[in-house]
Write a protein that binds this ligand. Structure first.
Ligand SMILES: NC(=O)c1ccc[n+]([C@@H]2O[C@H](COP(=O)([O-])OP(=O)(O)OC[C@H]3O[C@@H](n4cnc5c(N)ncnc54)[C@H](O)[C@@H]3O)[C@@H](O)[C@H]2O)c1
Length: 267
């Protein structure tokens, strides 16, 4: 019976995947520092991604790991280094020791946040252009994934997620939205694509105002987005207008948006 370990399962993306990746004959092993209650077809593990012994035990018998656990915004370097960079090393090393053949890592658009939005989609495998220490941690995770894939023969897919939220709440997200259902479809493709080797893909829906990034590599794995943030556009634009309008924000010249500005969102 396939067992999928999900780190950071108590978070926003974890909650979306928990329902969408559930399948008959599959066990979702949910790990987080926040205690979780396991439902049918689930197991719960309370552990930090920085604890190698606990992660190795959590990987025991798993067929794949989805690594979401960590700090999702800008933070002080020491915390980013420990939780995001050391934590991603720890999860990959644990997977290797336990013989898990596939790891899917939640990377981020902020690994290439300073890629310009000049009308041409940012290509798959765009060279790193992190916009924050957080973005640096995602680049480090991609590099660690490349190492473990090429040295140890593991399948490692790094997903440069744009904005994965229940629904768009600002103008930028009208272009950057990854809907919960498309998120489920994307990670399902990452779990089931035959022998992917090492990949770096973008994660975004089929937004009318999108086209910011390539989806070629995601599609090559079997992902086909179905959702479009445009259904929320009238409401989001009306709210932005009521608040004084979205204005021209210099940071929006770049993929990373406000993360490229002087005050990136912090935990
Ligand atoms: N949601 C997005 O739009 C988005 C965009 C790009 C990348 N990502 C990445 O996707 C992943 C999930 O993001 P999210 O939005 O669900 O964030 P989130 O903060 O809601 O979830 C992160 C989870 O990680 C857990 N966590 C924190 N430190 C941990 C540790 N030491 N050990 C184990 N678990 C720990 C938290 O308790 C939380 O449940 C993150 O890696 C984030 O960087 C998310």
């Amino acid at each position: 019976m396939p067992v999928i370990l999900i780190t950071g399962a108590a978070g926003k993306v974890g909650a979306m995947l928990r329902t969408r990746l559930a399948a008959p004959g599959r066990i979702l092993r949910l790990a987080d520092i926040v205690p979780l209650e396991a439902g049918p077809g689930e197991e719960a593990v309370t552990a930090s991604v920085t604890d190698l012994a606990a992660m190795t035990a959590a990987c025991d018998g798993a067929d794949a790991v989805i690594h979401l656990g960590g700090i999702p915004l800008e933070a002080d370097w020491d915390r980013i280094l420990d939780v995001n960079i050391h934590g991603t090393y720890t999860v990959l090393e644990a997977a290797r020791r336990a013989g898990v053949p596939r790891v899917v890592i939640a990377s981020s658009n902020h690994a290439v946040g300073f890629a310009p939005l000049d009308g041409t989609p940012v290509p798959d495998y765009e060279f790193p252009a992190p916009d924050t220490f957080y973005g640096v941690s995602k680049v480090a995770g991609e590099a660690l994934g490349a190492l473990y894939s090429r040295r140890h023969g593991m399948d490692v897919i790094c997903v440069r997620i744009l904005a994965c939220v229940e629904k768009p709440w600002n103008v930028r997200i009208l272009s950057a939205w990854l809907s919960p259902d498309d998120c489920g479809r994307l990670f399902e493709a990452c779990l089931t694509a035959p022998s992917p080797g090492y990949r770096v893909i973008f994660g975004v829906s089929a937004n009318t105002r999108g086209g910011w990034v390539s989806l070629d590599e995601a599609r090559a794995l079997g992902y086909e987005p179905r959702d479009d943030a445009e259904v929320y556009a009238a409401q989001v634009l009306a709210e932005a207008a009521a608040a004084g309008g979205p204005g021209v924000i210099p940071e929006h010249r770049y993929l990373g948006g406000e993360f490229t500005g002087p005050n990136p969102p912090r935990v």
